[in-house]
Design a binder for this molecule. Structure first.
Ligand SMILES: [Zn+2]
Length: 685
């Protein structure tokens, strides 16, 4: 982690002091001030990094460093626009609980759940006092974004999040599912029929290449988070659950309007994208405490529906396959203000180190109906169900290709497929989960926020398993169609379809020049001269791959003649034979991955497709393709859709959604201006 430069005034003070003797003129310093701002980091007033809604809650924090190992920080105060903020400022001496490089006598000063109502840029300051009476002050800024008088108010918000779904992933799904005739798409994807599309900038607080945690939370907190962090700003402590919090869209709309929250994913529910709607942590991998927060903080988030994989976190540590552990959990101290104030000011659960907790039982006791497979999900009567939990796998659910293969073969009496190996032969598809979620949530009188994630578009793009992410994109689009139909029927629902980031630098390099039978011969002959030079032609030779779609909505086979070919720009070393892999790569998050039969699955892309002896050398080290910094598309449908135009920041999405839900739909200023005059004024800043 790069240390934050000092506030320029402090730096100036140091500079002058350097002329005199250091010991006589040293001063305490502020090495981190939160919310993050350029005003603190570089002395520049813009761009403003942190932005909030009027009244949206966030924590103020500073790391204060004494000038000498023998001294301590004895007091700290926060002020917004020069006015002291009236709330407890917790002082936590670092001791051993801070990151490397932060001295043990540094103090973390935190004020929980602050807010500001007045739109505009605000300055905030921290003032600290050292044990010898010396003081230090540092200044940052944030903006409160104005909510404008608007048109129709949106009752429900549906966020369809295709993890890793860039333009290439969308195009591939369209070619496979919808077909082309003489250059024209025959059947568009549901997401292609949305009337408005914007491009989204996806960078996180600390990287141009985001991971899923800040990728999701940008949309639902309005702020940049560091990679791996969800609903929090970075801090200097090692505790992953004590970071400065930012109020989520779900929390804001539940607190101010009583809206409910639904979270549906094909991943493990503790994964970054689902958790990034309701859980606050700086470590997306801290599992036990993450799933506990889903239930324990439902009074803050309005969590009403939770579906996906991840049963391993919900069963006590004594149950085989359980992943619960005290090291992945949290328990806030009630005597130390640093975490006690999270409970007091945010109304958050205190947490408990409780690896033997029966979280599944606790969900049921809290009134959640539970489904463990598709049959159980089908049996749930939505008209009698207020709250719903569905957990359909130990960790991540199987992907569409394997779930459909299992269903088709089960119908033919064939077992031993991938879903059987995983022990979950009866998993629902994403559209089936989405349908049930909508039928439970539509009874919410005050509306809801629903996030539906097509999770393995990303996971299988990481694996460079082309057919698996293609079918997952088709599965995701079938869920989008249901959300769109819901919005069309109800008229008060805004649906956005987007991604958190692109994954793998996927590129559609055309169509194969050979039949599948010929491709299999070429695989046996092997080598670059056969597998690349005879299969991949120049683009005039690509033609239009023709996949036959079965009655179930998925291709009859992905090993067609003259199939669609995909290459990767952010790939690791791998073997390629262009044929569909029988089995997915090992999923390290599955508790039984080291045991037969899962242990027999290919461990890496170098353990797969070796027959063809065609190795594609990677651009990145490691065993997996990686996320890219490329902009991703966002399509919108329903009232408020037209506010999603142009090239926008991922954090802008939050403010557009909140505007539509609180004050009503408004068109973006730039669009209104361009309709008013022929030459719109250049954009500000
Ligand atoms: Zn716990």
């Amino acid at each position: 982690m790069t240390p934050k430069p000092l506030f320029p005034l402090a730096r100036l003070a140091f500079g002058l002091c350097a002329l005199a003797t250091l010991s006589a003129h040293a001063a305490p310093s502020v090495s981190r001030l939160t919310p993050p701002s350029e005003l603190f980091s570089s002395g520049q007033a813009a761009p403003v990094i942190a932005r909030f809604l009027p009244g949206q809650r966030f924590d103020l924090q500073a790391t204060l460093r004494p000038d000498d190992a023998g001294k301590t920080i004895t007091a700290a105060q926060f002020a917004i626009d020069g006015k002291p903020v009236k709330a407890t400022v917790a002082l936590k001496a670092c001791g051993k609980d801070c990151l490397n490089g932060v001295p043990g006598n540094a103090t973390i000063a935190t004020l929980r759940a602050a807010s500001a109502d007045k739109p505009g840029v605000h300055t905030f300051t921290v003032s600290g006092t050292q044990s010898d009476g010396q003081t230090v002050t540092a200044q940052g800024n944030f903006e409160v974004v104005a909510l404008l008088p608007g048109g129709q108010k949106v009752k429900n918000i549906i966020i369809m999040l295709g993890d890793g779904m860039g333009a290439a992933q969308r195009t591939a799904a369209r070619i496979v599912a919808g077909g082309y005739a003489q250059g024209k798409n025959i059947t568009p994807l549901a997401m292609d029929t949305f009337p408005v599309t914007a491009m989204v900038k996806t960078a996180s607080l600390n990287s141009v290449v985001t991971d899923s945690a800040p990728g999701m939370t940008g949309y639902v907190s309005g702020n940049k988070n560091n990679n791996n962090e969800e609903g929090v700003f970075p801090d200097d402590t090692t505790d992953p659950f004590d970071n400065p919090r930012i109020e989520y869209l779900s929390e804001y709309l539940h607190r101010t309007q009583g809206k409910a929250l639904g979270v549906v994913t094909t991943a493990d529910v503790f994964d970054a994208t689902p958790a990034g709607n309701a859980v606050h942590t700086s470590n997306r991998g801290a599992g036990t405490g993450i799933v506990d927060q889903f239930l324990d903080d439902r009074g803050n988030t309005g969590l009403t529906v939770l579906m996906g994989g991840g049963r391993k976190w919900f069963v006590p540590s004594t149950v085989p396959g359980s992943a619960r552990g005290d090291k992945t959990d949290y328990a806030f101290s009630s005597t130390d203000d640093h975490t006690a104030e999270i409970v007091k000011r945010w109304g958050a659960a205190a947490g408990a180190l409780d690896k033997d907790r029966d979280l599944l039982g606790d969900f049921k006791s809290a009134g959640f109906a539970y489904a463990g497979d598709k049959t159980g999900l089908d049996a749930i009567d939505a008209s009698k169900t207020e709250r719903l939990l569905g957990l359909f796998a130990h960790s991540n659910m199987n992907v569409a290709l394997d779930k459909m293969d299992g269903r088709r073969n089960k119908a033919r009496g064939i077992s031993g497929r991938v879903v059987d190996d995983y022990g979950f032969p009866d998993q629902p598809m994403l559209d089936e989960m989405t349908a049930k979620a909508l039928s439970v949530l539509e009874r919410q009188k005050k509306g809801f926020v629903l996030m539906v994630e097509g999770a393995s578009i990303d996971k299988q793009a990481h694996n460079m398993d082309t057919e698996r992410w293609m079918l997952d994109t088709i599965e995701f689009d079938r869920a989008i169609k249901l959300a769109q139909e819901f919005a069309r029927k109800n008229g008060d629902t805004l649906v956005i379809v987007t991604a958190d980031h692109e994954c793998s630098g996927a590129a559609l390099i055309g169509g194969s020049r050979v039949t599948d039978a010929r491709l299999q011969e070429l695989v046996r002959e092997g080598g670059v001269a056969n597998l690349r030079d005879k299969v991949v032609g120049i683009y005039e030779q690509a033609g239009f791959p023709k996949y036959k779609i079965s009655g179930d909505g998925y291709p009859e086979t992905t090993d067609i003649d003259y199939k669609l070919l995909v290459a990767y720009g952010a790939n690791s070393d791998r073997y390629e034979d262009y044929r569909t892999n029988d089995r997915p790569l090992q999923d390290s998050q599955q508790p039984f991955v080291k045991k037969e039969p899962l242990s027999a699955y290919p461990a890496t892309p170098l353990a797969r497709d070796v027959d063809g002896k065609f190795m594609v050398t990677g651009q990145v080290p490691g065993e997996s393709a990686v996320h890219t910094a490329t902009d991703i598309p966002l399509s919108a449908f329903g009232p408020g859709a037209y506010s999603f135009t142009g090239v926008i920041d991922n954090t802008d999405v939050f403010f557009k959604l909140a505007q539509a839900a609180t004050k009503g739909v408004v068109l973006p200023e730039g669009l209104v201006a361009s309709l008013r005059t022929k030459a719109p004024a250049p954009a500000k800043k």
